[in-house]
Design a protein around this ligand. Sequence first.
Ligand code: IYR
Length: 283
Amino acid sequence: MEVETLIGSSKLLKYWPSFLMGLVLFFSIKYLMKNHKRKSHQKYTLDNEEDIEVEETDDLQPALEEKPHVSFVAGLNLNPNGAERFYKLVQGRRSIRSFSSHPKPDLSIIEDCIRAAGTAPSGAHTEPWTFCVVEDPEVKKTIREIVEQEELMNYSQRMHPQWVTDLRPLQTNHIKEYLTLAPYLILIFKQTYGLTSDGRRKRHYYNEISTSIAGGILLCALQAAGLASLVTTPLNCGPALRTLLQRPVNEKLLILLAVGYPSEDCKVPDLQRKQLSDIMVKY
Ligand code: IYR
C-alpha cells in the first residue's frame, strides 16, 4: 500500500508520456539542426570544388592562422603608361611549339618567374599550387613517352572529330618533340586539398581558379624574361605524370608548360586577337 502511494505520487511516473515526447522532440530538433548545418556547408563547397574530400567535423579551424591586420603600404605611384607598357609586352606572347635546346636559360630566371606566379590571389589564401620544374633530359624523355602514348589515343579515339578539325590550323598531332627540346618543362599541379601539421585535410577553396591565375602570372613573367612558352593540358596524362614526379594524391595536374627560346625556324599560325570592343562591355 505504501509503495503504491509512492508510485502514484511520483510526477515522473505520472507524466512519463509527456517526458518521453519532450525527449524525442529535443533530440529530433538537435539532429535536424546538425544536418541542416552540414548540408548548407556542402552546398557551398560543391559549387566548383567537386573533388574535395574533407571530413565534416564540428571542430572548425580557420584556414589562416588568426593574424592581426596591418596597414597596407602600396609602395607604388600611379604609373599612367604602366598598363600600356605591360600590354605591349604581353601582346608579343605566342604559343611556341618549336623550341631551341640552346642556350639554356638560367634556373634562377625560372625561379623568379615562379616567385611571381606565387603572388597570385587564392581562395582563403591557401596557395593551392605546386610548380614542378623539370630539366633532367631523362625525365623529359619519360614525360614525352607518357604524353605521346596518350595523345595518340586522344587524337585517334577520344577527341571528337570536330575537335581534331578545329585544331588543324595549329598543325598539332600526337608527336610532341617540344617536350624533349624545350630546356624546361613546368608541371603546374593544383592541390585539391592541403594537409595540416597534424595530418588533417584542409580545404583549398577555388583551387583550380587560383592555380589558373598563378599560371597566367607565370606566363606574363616568362614573357617579361624574354622566354617563350607553350601551355598544354594533356588529356588523361595527369595520374601517370603525378606518379612519375612522385607527387602526393591531393595534387592534380592542371597545366604542362614547355619553356625556352623559340627555334630559329619557329613558325606560328597567323592569328588575330579580338578587339577591345569585342571583349569589353561598358555600363
Ligand atoms: N592536348 C592536345 C590537343 C590540343 C587541344 C587544344 I584545346 C589545343 O589548343 C591544342 C592542342 C595537344 O596538345 O596536342
